[in-house]
Design a protein around this ligand. Structure first.
Ligand code: CIR
Length: 254
């Protein structure tokens, strides 16, 4: 899989009011802007053409664009966030995605789905059932994917925000995962780079065109990824972590 584009959205001034369970304090807005800028540069280094959407002041969490859409090779699906304060983010994203996709499907009530719960692993998709993605939302997505010849399976997500909070696919049949998913029947026999519990945040690292973006400050995971043969870029995203966001949440890659 190669990506050519990414969509990101600049954090808005209200960003500091975003949803959070991290207990790490309020983010610093100007530092968040600088970190976001570095994130965009990293995507460009990975040879992506990046569309930067303007801040959307109405939605504090709107910089976490990943949750609002799933972009596959041929079709796009806009989601229906389980967090009520995020429901309205979809309208703008639908418009932005419309510049690139003819076929856009949607998730409808009573389904909820956030694409932080959707992991693409080659031709197969894993859909997490979490506090944000319910069974009905997952069922609707499964149906849309299968209708287009794409296979998917459902995975329970215990005790974390999204599926990709705890596991990432780094292509080459390789996953990066915390213990919860290393032991999971769905992944037990897969090739997994382990993430130690005290570095759990680094399980959300991001493969882009052969490089892996890794959050700064997780030396064991960084070393393990490098030892597996990947080139890495470390990025400081401390201000996004304060709102439970990781590297993947900040962009849609396609
Ligand atoms: C939220 O709670 O919805 C945001 N503060 C963080 C979303 C993170 N998104 C992701 O992991 N895909």
């Amino acid at each position: 899989m190669r990506f050519s584009h990414a969509i990101v959205r600049k954090p808005c001034k209200n960003f500091t009011e975003g949803l959070s369970s991290a207990g790490l304090g309020k983010p610093d807005y100007s530092l968040a802007l600088r970190q976001h800028h570095e994130y965009v540069r990293a995507l460009e280094i990975c040879r992506l053409e990046v569309t930067v959407l303007p801040p959307d002041e109405e939605y504090p969490d709107s910089t976490f664009v990943e949750d609002t859409a799933l972009l596959t090779r041929y079709i796009a699906i806009t989601t229906r966030p389980g967090a009520e304060s995020r429901l309205g983010e979809i309208n703008e994203v639908h418009r932005a995605v419309g510049s690139y996709y003819e076929n856009i499907f949607t998730i409808h009530e009573p389904g909820t789905l956030e694409a932080g719960d959707v992991m693409m692993a080659g031709e197969h998709f894993y859909i997490g059932i979490s506090e944000r993605t319910n069974r009905e939302g997952a069922r609707q997505l499964l149906q849309i994917l299968e209708h287009h010849g794409i296979t998917a399976s459902l995975v329970e997500v215990p005790g974390m925000l999204h599926l990709k909070t705890g596991i990432s696919y780094l292509e080459n049949n390789t996953f990066l995962a915390v213990d919860t998913f290393r032991m999971h029947p769905e992944f037990r026999h897969r090739n997994i780079i382990p993430v130690p519990n005290h570095e759990a945040y680094a399980a959300n690292s991001l493969w882009v065109n052969g490089m892996v973006l890794v959050p700064q400050g997780f030396p064991i995971t960084l070393k393990n990824i490098r030892n597996t043969g990947y080139e890495t870029i470390e990025l400081d995203i401390s201000e996004f972590r304060k709102l439970d966001g990781g590297l993947s949440c900040l962009s849609l890659r396609f």
